[in-house]
Design a protein around this ligand. Structure first.
Ligand code: ADP
Ligand code: ADP
Ligand code: ZN
Length: 214
């Protein structure tokens, strides 16, 4: 079960990855989460990543490919993974191919969560995340029971620094230019399946699970 979860910023990748982890018991690997952890730790990688993230730009390919190569080499990835937010460029996709070949692994399926651009800014701007456990909410579409508090663990919710309308415009344009070409890339590889991400969260999950079990 080696899965790529693709889709534009705010499409629901992180939300769905959490559900797929429950269903299939494989690790969730999010390059965005890895960069945010590095920012929090204040490492050199974190400093470099923060500047790119705050500007709504991609972290350079060689940096991103390096951290993914390291992570995928860990033992827990042998039985599977859900890779969320990587690859985002054709260069990253080519690198991933080589990394997986070196590890003797291959992709099971590439799932794209399709959401029209018009919906994505509202999704990102209303996103709230738990400081402690990372659970994701939305002020309107998926609110926590108590405003500002995580249902799962009771910790405080926060808003990502890059979840502003202005930064989202840049992220969406980067998506169109650099990431959208991967749809054709994985169609050609015979791995691509799209699900309708405008549906309710649990319906998107059941569609994804149906593809993976089908
Ligand atoms: P989103 O929820 O918008 O899809 P992520 O949490 O996946 O965002 O990523 C946040 C930011 O981290 C991106 O805007 C980008 O700056 C950086 N990032 C994440 N994944 C990658 C990647 N594969 N290549 C380059 N930059 C990345
Ligand atoms: P991504 O990881 O692709 O950037 P997230 O999973 O963080 O996306 O979702 C972005 C925002 O949209 C979150 O606030 C989340 O609660 C909300 N969301 C996710 N899926 C849906 C959906 N199917 N309908 C409405 N809102 C959603
Ligand atoms: Zn929590």
């Amino acid at each position: 079960m080696h899965i790529l979860l693709m889709g534009p910023p705010g499409a629901g990748k992180g939300t769905q990855a959490a559900e797929l982890v429950k269903e299939f018991g494989v690790p969730h690997i999010s390059t965005g989460d890895m960069f945010r952890a590095a920012v929090k730790e204040g490492t050199e990688l974190g400093k470099q990543a923060k500047a790119c993230m705050d500007a709504g730009k991609l972290v350079p390919d060689e940096v991103t490919i390096g951290i993914v190569r390291e992570r995928l080499a860990k033992d827990d990835c042998k039985k599977g993974f859900i890779l969320d937010g990587f690859p985002r460029t054709v260069e990253q996709a080519d690198a991933l191919k080589g990394i997986l070949e070196d590890l003797g692994l291959s992709l099971t399926r590439v799932l794209n969560i399709n959401v029209p651009a018009a919906d994505l800014i509202e999704r990102a701007v209303g996103r709230r995340i738990c400081k402690k456990c990372g659970a994701t909410y939305h002020v309107k579409f998926n609110p926590s029971k108590t405003e500002g508090t995580c249902d799962e663990c009771g910790s405080e919710l926060f808003q990502r620094a890059d979840d502003t309308e202005e930064t989202m415009k840049s992220r969406l344009s980067v998506y169109e230019d650099s990431t959208r070409p991967l749809i054709e890339y994985y169609q050609k590889a015979g791995l691509y399946t799209e699900v309708d991400g405008r549906q309710a969260i649990d319906k998107v999950t059941s569609d994804l699970v149906a593809v993976l079990k089908g």
